[in-house]
Design a protein around this ligand. Sequence first.
Ligand code: ZN
Length: 328
Amino acid sequence: MPELPEVETVRDGLARHVTGRTVTGVEVLRDYSVRRHEGGPDSFRGQLVGQRVGAAVRRGKYLWLLLEDTSGTQDAPPGDVPDGAAPAGGHVTALMAHLGMSGQLLVRSGSAAVEKVPHLRVRLELSGLAGEDDAPRTLDFVDQRTFGHLSVTDLAPTPDGAPGGWGSPLAEIPEPAAHIARDLLDPALRRDELARAVRRRRTGIKRALLDQRLVSGVGNIYADEALWRAGLHYARPTDTLRLAEAHRVLDAAEEVMREALAQGGTSFDELYVNVNGQSGYFSRSLAVYGREGEACTRCGALVRRDEFMNRSSYTCPVCQKVPRNARW
Ligand SMILES: [Zn+2]
């Protein structure tokens, strides 16, 4: 399952390899992969062809491409749009991509753009760019387990007037992501408000971290890593956290994700050339997650695994003592 750092790596790669190009063709090889698109595959194609990709944007693990309607408008350079405003003339929509368990977005050019890899579900053909990089490209959605999906959706203004996500100043967000809270890497996140909101919850801290309406982008892996780093047990009741402890765990979650991002920063370009069905998700250096029975790197105690929300929680029994009044 991709976590925020992987999704950000994909977003960054799309921003560099896809923006500015116009969709010239769409092939849906499996209807199920556009099941969330209202109107089905024909409508999906119709709403994409002729659109220009304006930006690649991410909030939490949600990823979208801004689409600018180029029909009937003069081509304007992408830099002309004032901060927070929609580009003049064109209606803006978004192509949302849910990667699910195994989804990949692969950008290819030249002869590689013709070949169809296994598990290819949707292919977008993209125009060449005038100037230095003239070759047409394809954007392939490859998804072995088919939990992922694509859809074209409308945008809604953000309630706080700040950018919808990382990657564009546009203060709008795709409607299906409107309920998703800002993530810990988002400069518009109000950290003090979040820490206070965490303490107002009546739940365990890990459940709060995983609640995408409270804070987005923290998945099971980085929740466990952040809690280990902060020295807090996952069942610690949020309403017993001191403000400093709430900040400590949020800071730790941001830290582990930034470190993962720094480690994985080049993987999209590898993916871009290496498309032989490998997952592309980078290996993570983890302290507790997936390390049941191994020694805690801080104290040497053996890492334990508990069942948690149909998944697992990994903790060090010494560094992360079970709290009184634990909320499992
Ligand atoms: Zn330990």
